[in-house]
Write a protein of this length. Structure first.
Length: 42
């Protein structure tokens, strides 16, 4: 299990986000509450 990722948010939807970490895209499932709290794409 991965505990922490630091990178650039490249996509956000109602149930997931895609985070770019040094050229690797991580598809992260999360609640809508969490996704709202992480901020805007970019």
């Amino acid at each position: 299990m991965i505990a922490r990722l630091t990178g650039t948010l490249v996509e956000s939807a109602s149930d997931h986000a895609v985070l770019d970490v040094n050229g690797v895209g991580y598809f992260v499932l999360a609640s809508s509450r969490t996704l709202t709290a992480i901020g805007p794409v970019g």
